[in-house]
Design a protein around this ligand. Structure first.
Ligand SMILES: Nc1ncnc2c1ncn2[C@@H]1O[C@H](COP(=O)(O)OP(=O)(O)OP(=O)(O)O)[C@@H](O)[C@H]1O
Ligand SMILES: [Mg+2]
Length: 263
C-alpha cells in the first residue's frame, strides 16, 4: 500500500494527537437511521471482511495502516473515490474494509456504492434495497435517512444501489451528485465512493471532479501494466495513493499463519 506525499506511518492516536488539536471541531452529525435499518454482519466463509473473519490478522493491520496514512494526509477527512484498472481488482473489498477500518477507529464514515453497473457493496453486504438507494436519493424520491444502513455499532453508514443501471452518466451529473456529496461531506468525516474501473467508461472521470481524492487498487498478478498510464492520466493530482491488493505482506513470515486468507 502506498499513500502519496507528506505521509507518515502512525497509529490513529498519534495522528489524532498531532493533528486534531489545532483544528476547529467540525460539526459532523450523521443522519439518523432507524433501528430497523441496522445490520449486524455475521462472519461467513464468503465474506472477505477480515475485521470479522480474522480480526487479529495482518490484513486488518494493513487496513489500519491505510487508515492512519489517510488521516495523516487529510485530518479533516473527505470524499475519497476508489477505482482500479479493470473489473475484479478488489475495489469493493478495499472500499468495504477501508470504511470499516475508519469507522472502527472512531471516524464517522459513509460508504456509497456508486458502481451502478456492478453494485458490489450492495451485493457483498447483501443489503435489502426495497426502500431504495443512491438513485432514489439522487432523484429526490427518498431521503438519506430512509435509505442509509447502519453497520454494526460503529459510526458506519452505507448507501446501496437498488437496481443496476447500464448507462449511469446522468446520475453522475454535477447537478444531481454534487448536492448529495455536499450533504455527506458535512455529515461524515470520511465518505468512501466505490466506483467502476476507470477505463473505458467515463464514470470515474464524471465523479472525480466532485471527489477530493482517489485511491487506485492494483491487484497483484492481475492488473496489466498497460492500463496504468491512462489511469494515472485520468486521476492526475487527485490520486492520493495506490493499494496493492492480493500481495504478500512484508514481514508476514514473522506472523505465522496470520493474514494467510487475506493477503
Ligand atoms: N486480496 C484478496 N484475497 C482474496 N480474494 C480477493 C481479494 N481481493 C478481491 N478478492 C475477491 O475477488 C473478487 C473481486 O473483488 P471485488 O469485488 O472487490 O473487485 P472489484 O474491483 O470491486 O470488482 P468489480 O470491477 O466487478 O466491481 C471477489 O470475489 C473478492 O472476494
Ligand atoms: Mg466492485
Amino acid at each position: 500500500m502506498i499513500v502519496r506525499s507528506k505521509m507518515v506511518i502512525a497509529d490513529d492516536e498519534e495522528v489524532l494527537s498531532r493533528t486534531s488539536a489545532p483544528l476547529p471541531a467540525p460539526l459532523i452529525v450523521p443522519p439518523a437511521v432507524a433501528p430497523s435499518r441496522t445490520i449486524k454482519l455475521e462472519a461467513h466463509a464468503d465474506l472477505r471482511v477480515p475485521f470479522l473473519m480474522d480480526p487479529a490478522g495482518l490484513a486488518v493491520e494493513q487496513y489500519k495502516m491505510l487508515r492512519g496514512r489517510l488521516n495523516a494526509l487529510e485530518p479533516r477527512g473527505g470524499v475519497l473515490l476508489v477505482t482500479s484498472p479493470a473489473p475484479g481488482d478488489g475495489k469493493t473489498l478495499t472500499s468495504i474494509n477501508l470504511a470499516w477500518s475508519l469507522a472502527q477507529g472512531g471516524f464517522s464514515t459513509c460508504l456509497v456504492d456508486l458502481d451502478f453497473r456492478a453494485p458490489g457493496v450492495t451485493r457483498t453486504l447483501d443489503l435489502s434495497m426495497d426502500d431504495g438507494g443512491v438513485e432514489e436519493v439522487l432523484t429526490g424520491k427518498k431521503s438519506l435517512s430512509q435509505t442509509l444502513f447502519q453497520i454494526g455499532d460503529r459510526p458506519f453508514h452505507v448507501l446501496g444501489i437498488r437496481e443496476r443501471v447500464e448507462e449511469p452518466s446522468h446520475l453522475y451529473a454535477t447537478a444531481l451528485l454534487q448536492p448529495l456529496l455536499s450533504v455527506l461531506r458535512t455529515s461524515y468525516r470520511w465518505v468512501i465512493l466505490d466506483l467502476s474501473p476507470a477505463v473505458p467508461m467515463s464514470d470515474v472521470s464524471d465523479v472525480l471532479p466532485q471527489a477530493d481524492g482517489a485511491l487506485m487498487v492494483v491487484r497483484s498478478g492481475k492488473s496489466q501494466k498497460s492500463f496504468l498510464p491512462p489511469l494515472l492520466e485520468i486521476l492526475g493530482r487527485k490520486l492520493w495513493g495506490v493499494v496493492l491488493n492480493d500481495t504478500p505482506v512484508l514481514g508476514s513470515a514473522y506472523y505465522g499463519s496470520y493474514g494467510k486468507h487475506y493477503r
